[in-house]
Design a protein around this ligand. Structure first.
Ligand code: NAP
Length: 485
């Protein structure tokens, strides 16, 4: 008998996403489990975690990957969705769920645990309908496999999209003219409580499927904002008017918060109808879990942010921007480049790497910050991310992290940082820092889309001349200062 034969074998899908990352961290603390992750890119999992779990690379559209991931598994978490896909996400989600259920049955998995959204089918948004459909597909064959299907509304936690929206609005706007939908009732829940339910479902002794609606006290979006203001020690006034359309509201959110139009529109769309619990299965089957009151969940989320302990963020997952890191990590095909090479003059590669990894977010971009801010504003105005996403953590960057309007596409300790542009540009762009033993090579790569792409590149060349020359210089200067102190 091998050392792990007596352990419960668990598979987490979506382990690089907002919920999956946190669930993985939580389950790693349990000694009675053996964890396997199905991920699309193993490098999005830290080296420390890779040493403690089994990893299967692939996705839910790949039968072979699913079979390898599910072999010998007792319980499988389904925490994936295709919402960032440009193609029809609902159809992709249907196929993904069917593939997963069938592969689980083939492998003899005992239980699927799925987290979907709260709300009734008839009035649901397109996104929520797809989440409901996913749950229905996973649980369509109860005689062959058991499904425990949790349904949660707005999740409150550091880095969750809804929480970042609420927090930014409350922070920036002392008086808010709010649309009708802020009065819609919803039932938020703290992310740690969600994880507690997901974990407890592993040990639940029960045959047959179960749908479990989870949430703390029901309240309106307006009440959530006022309570958030209280936690932040701010006084805020909300004046409700019946005129702001969902579209206008979404633009409003885009302008004042970290999220792009697509995420704002999904939230507003979701808030047009009630999302409150419809069964009491949470209390019946998991009586030991008492969801934190909303204000406490907010307090905890703020604390995590202040202490730089944000494990996951809504924009971690590639699904968020249909930007699969594996497809974007090689700017080799770029045909336009801006290259700056500066000697290290005795600086260590480690010091330069630290300075390179300090860019963006609250620190800014070392030089010409007003130009970066203007670029961010233009990006926001045309529906991009702008600079508002900032960074997950001030000190650390990891593969897949959002960094203002970039995404970390490759990171190698003391050697390389590659950022893939997620700003709206007529083409594909990267910014690369290659730290060689004696020089820093900073390259902006660009693959233009047709004539507009080329015009764009030549139009911004004078700005590049200013910004990029100085950026490389200032990175080295910062590395020198840090090395000398
Ligand atoms: N977050 C919330 O506020 C919230 C609220 C209520 C319910 N939920 C539910 O919780 C579940 C997880 O949501 P989340 O917010 O954690 O999502 P997320 O952050 O967007 O993460 C999605 C995960 O799925 C992976 N993925 C996407 N398509 C895949 C595929 N075909 N095969 C394998 N992996 C794939 C992504 O991998 P990459 O990293 O490679 O992209 C990522 O790890 C969803 O069902 C959602 O409806 C979430």
């Amino acid at each position: 008998m091998s050392q792990t034969d007596h352990l419960q074998k668990i598979l987490i899908t979506g382990a690089t996403g907002y919920i999956g990352r946190r669930l993985k961290t939580r389950l790693l603390a349990r000694k009675d489990l053996s964890l396997r992750l199905l991920v699309r890119n193993r490098h999005k999992v830290s080296a420390a975690t890779r040493a403690r779990v089994e990893i299967v690379e692939g996705d839910t559209f790949n039968r072979q990957a699913l079979d390898s991931a599910l072999a010998g598994i007792d319980t499988a978490y389904y925490l994936v969705h295709s919402m960032g896909a440009e193609k029809d996400f609902a159809e992709l989600d249907r196929r993904s769920a069917e593939n997963f259920r069938e592969a689980c049955i083939r492998a003899g998995v005992r239980r699927i645990i799925y987290l979907g959204g709260l709300g009734a089918g008839e009035s649901a948004s397109k996104h929520l309908r797809s989440r409901i459909e996913t749950g229905e597909i996973l649980s369509a064959l109860p005689e062959r496999i058991q499904t425990i299907w949790f349904r949660a509304g707005i999740i409150i936690g550091s880095g969750s999209a809804s929480f970042e929206i609420i927090r930014s609005l409350v922070h920036k706007l002392p008086v808010m003219i709010t649309p009708k939908w802020v009065a819609t009732m919803t039932q938020p829940i703290g992310v740690d409580d969600v994880l507690a339910y997901l974990e407890a479902a592993l040990d639940l002794e029960r045959e047959g499927d179960l749908v479990v609606d989870i949430g703390s006290r029901a309240m309106s979006f307006k009440e959530m904002m006022l309570q958030t203001a209280r936690v932040l020690g701010l006084r805020r006034w909300l004046i409700q008017v019946p005129v702001l359309t969902p579209r206008l509201s979404s633009y409003w959110l885009v302008l004042f918060t970290t999220v792009p139009f697509r995420v704002a529109a999904a939230l507003v769309e979701g808030l047009k109808s009630e999302t409150v619990v419809q069964n009491d299965n949470a209390a019946r089957f998991f009586p030991e879990i008492h969801p934190l009151p909303y204000e406490d969940a907010v307090r905890r989320a703020v604390e995590e942010q202040v202490q730089q302990q944000v494990i996951s963020r809504w924009c971690d997952s590639s699904a968020d921007a249909a930007c699969d890191i594996t497809a974007h990590d090689d700017p080799g095909g770029a045909i336009l480049r801006d290259v700056r090479i500066l000697p290290l003059d005795g600086l260590s590669q480690a010091a330069v790497f630290r300075a390179v990894c300090g860019i963006g977010g609250e620190h800014g971009w070392y030089t010409y910050n007003f130009l970066w801010r203007m670029r961010g504003l233009i990006d926001k105005l045309v529906g991009g991310y702008g600079l508002n996403r900032g960074r997950r953590d001030d000190r650390e960057l990891r593969l897949g992290d959002a960094l203002d309007f970039w995404k970390v596409a490759d990171i190698r300790e003391n050697k390389r940082l590659l950022l893939h542009a997620q700003m709206k540009v007529p083409g594909r762009a990267w910014l690369e820092f290659d730290i060689q033993p004696d020089q820093l090579v900073q390259t902006a790569h660009f693959i233009p889309s047709g004539i507009w792409g080329r015009l764009y590149w030549y139009a911004v060349l004078p700005l590049h001349a200013l910004v990029f020359t100085n950026l490389a210089r200032r990175i080295l200067a910062s590395a020198r200062t840090k090395e000398n102190t």
